[in-house]
Ligand binder design. Sequence first.
Ligand code: ADP
Ligand code: MG
Ligand code: ZN
Length: 598
Amino acid sequence: MNNKDDKKTKNKWLYIILIIILVALLIACIIVLTSNGNKEDENTLAYTDLIKEISSNNIEKIEMTVGSTTVKVKEKNVDEEKTAIVPNTESFIGFVQQKVDEGSDIELIQNPRSVWAQIPSFIISILPTLIMLALFIMIFKMQSFGEKGKIYDETEIKTKVTFDDVAGLDEEKEELKEIVEFLKKPEKFTKMGAKIPKGVLLYGKPGTGKTLIAKAIAGEANVPFISMSGSEFIEMFAGLGASRVRKLFEKARKLAPCIVFIDEIDAIGARRSSNSGAETENNQTLNQLLVEMDGFSSDETIIVLAATNRPEMLDKALLRPGRFDRRITIPVPDLKGRLAILKIHSKDLKLSADVNLESIAEDTAGFTGAELANILNEAAIEATKNKHESIENDDVEEAIKKVTVGLEKKARTVSEKDKRLTAYHEAGHAVVSRYLPTQTNVKEISIIPRGVAGGYTMYKSDEDKYYISKTEMQERLVALLGGRAAEKLVINDISTGASNDIEVATQIARDMVTKYGMSDKLGPIDFQGKEPYEIQMFGENIGDKIGEEVKDIINTAYNRAIELLREHRDKLDMIAQALLEKEKVNEEDFKKFFEDEK
Ligand code: ADP
Ligand code: MG
Ligand code: ZN
């Protein structure tokens, strides 16, 4: 799907390799040129001495190259060869020949001219300059590479992706069909006087299929797809961004009807605020984009699609009528969407009968299309590694873990002390969740290191939910802090192993107070205001109050976790012990520990 990027990086590598070769050549040239001058100091034989030595039959071998005045000389009883400069090669050869005829045992070797020797010496002397020049041109070309490689390569701009390749997103596709129609038959729309949007902004998390759907529109309408990423506009020299935008649209006008896709538009379209260097550069680029978008009339049949995962960052000017006035949110797929995506991406895979796509879809709430595609790919790798005939359920399970927590690191040695700590930490999460009604069941607990984590507790995936209640969020905090609570309770010391839990918990608590208005003291107000002054209007010390509330929520949750673990200490010990023995506890084993309670 990403052959455009592949091609780009391939070309980039080609350039880099060429540059390396050129640099090597340059160095070689310099060495050759300078060494010619140096050689004379060491191991040289003056011409007169050479003649003398030849006359006294002290020379064993003379090697010379046609056209060169430098000869190699091997004296008898001397190991090293010497060189000598011969003023007149013709007469020198004549002289040696005569000596040979007279019975001297000199071996005279005459080499043909080498390729290098045939190049006029002035060219050799300007070669370094030529190479330098070539280097400069190439480096300059690399700078403007993004444009050249992407825009001017006609083969890249035809895409075969269609709506059939985009799973789920039915409503979004429906909405975008209008644009496909317009690209196909613009006259139909203009005759009617209908206004077609010039720009469509796609909002959504990375990997939700924004690029894919943009390509699909081009594919459906059978028009060229010209794309560029926002970060590419700003990465190079100052002033280049604006000129790239200009060139991009120049090309688009030539190819119209077509789609212009600007990925990561937030990189250029970020709110204009301060006046730092980078900002001004961005402004120029952004201004150019605005000029271009205002510049073409709506019957020019160029549709500009842009993608971002940070809509709040965008400059308002981009959202004005006649620019990106149509906005479509690309959501993370729901159960139905995930199943559809899994189906599309497993089309070419060999799945064994025990693989159940429905249940994978159920287990992967919150996963994006890219992550799901990645899981299937990893599963295929896993199956190959395990020498399975086809992809088995175990391969998929392992792939899911690999994608979510990272690679299992069986080889990493862990001290007994750390193992005990991890076992109690993970058991703490699991036991606490068990007594929290809103939390999902434990699926697997492990103390085998994986990725950066020393262990993990996996839960059964949540149903897709649109709303999360306050109770649910509070209990989630208790579950998250259960790890740290167990460390404190049992080992009476705490570790860095809980840092991720704490990060997530703090974020949730902060959102509860500042985003979802769940704090009784502060009330239902959105404090994550879009502009700094929106926060300021609540008074100077509002920040302190927010901080106190967050702290309060976290502390309450932590204390609840400690309480729960105290109450069920027997279970905590049993499960930690089981983990120390077997390293993993699965769903069934876990349930057995609680059988006595029913
Ligand atoms: P984004 O541009 O939103 O970051 P991409 O369009 O680049 O995401 O998606 C990355 C990959 O994930 C796609 O190439 C595709 O393989 C897969 N993917 C994402 N969403 C979908 C979807 N709805 N249907 C099929 N594949 C998808
Ligand atoms: Mg993308
Ligand atoms: Zn933890």
